[in-house]
Design a protein around this ligand. Structure first.
Ligand code: ZN
Length: 241
């Protein structure tokens, strides 16, 4: 199978990070496709945001609309059969005895990337893009750079391919992820991400905070709020200078 080097498949959830990664891919590759996974998330709101964000990105730029190809959503309810985590079941978000938060879904990113590679293989796509990040480490070992590098080797050996896992956010703070979005699409893209992406673990949309929608209290909202505040402080400093 010939893999065209100007093509990318973005693992896209509809959250801030994967939306920024999608914008990153759209500004680099001629052909960009998206893939998402329905793994029995407690909150369907995340999947609804995916569709909305894709439509908004198409409307945002005619060039991006031309590059943005089909989206696929794979069902992975097997994670619910594997056992309880706070993302798939109604259990409390907390630290577990293993030192990992209860939101950790063992094997999730390993499976996601392997399935994304299988899809990319069939579609003749070379680059796999994911928003995993080590800097604001939420305690997820499958977000580490070494995990992704090892996985890239395993995928290429196992599929006899030369695919590349791209992790544009790996070493960025949440504030720097906002800066990246701004550099890719200006204030309009930042606004799009603020208003339409979903990060909250509790699946709350209702209230609109300065940093977007969410419960404001779960670890994901806290990270997003802190990142936004830091980004705002840094950019207002630039404007004053
Ligand atoms: Zn929240």
């Amino acid at each position: 199978m010939e893999h065209t080097s100007d093509s990318a498949l973005v693992v896209f959830s509809g959250g801030q990070d994967s939306t920024t990664c999608l914008a990153w891919a759209l500004s680099r590759f001629q052909r960009v496709e998206t893939i998402g996974f329905d793994y029995g998330q407690r909150h369907a709101v995340e999947l609804a945001c995916r569709t909305e964000v894709l439509a908004r990105l198409r409307a945002y730029s005619a060039d991006w609309a031309k590059r943005l190809g089909p989206d696929s959503l794979l069902s992975l309810d097997v994670f619910q059969q594997l056992g309880e985590t706070a993302l798939t079941h109604d259990v409390k978000i907390s630290m577990t005895a293993s030192g990992l938060p209860s939101t950790f879904v063992p094997g999730r990113n390993l499976i996601f990337m392997t399935l994304a590679a299988a899809q990319a293989y069939r579609r003749g796509i070379k680059h796999l893009v994911t928003g995993v990040c080590e800097t604001d480490f939420s305690g997820y070992p499958d977000c580490r750079d070494d995990t992704m590098k090892a996985l890239q080797v395993a995928i290429n050996l196992g599929m006899q391919a030369r695919m590349a896992i791209e992790t544009p956010l790996m070493w960025l703070t949440k504030a720097e992820t906002w800066s990246l979005a701004h550099s890719l699409g200006g204030e309009a893209l930042v606004e799009l991400i603020l208003e339409h992406t979903h990060t909250c673990y509790q699946g709350e949309r209702g209230q609109r905070h300065p940093w977007g929608h969410g419960c404001g209290a779960c670890p994901a909202c806290e990270l997003r709020a802190a990142g936004w505040e830091q980004y705002r402080k840094a950019t207002s400093g630039v404007q004053r200078a």
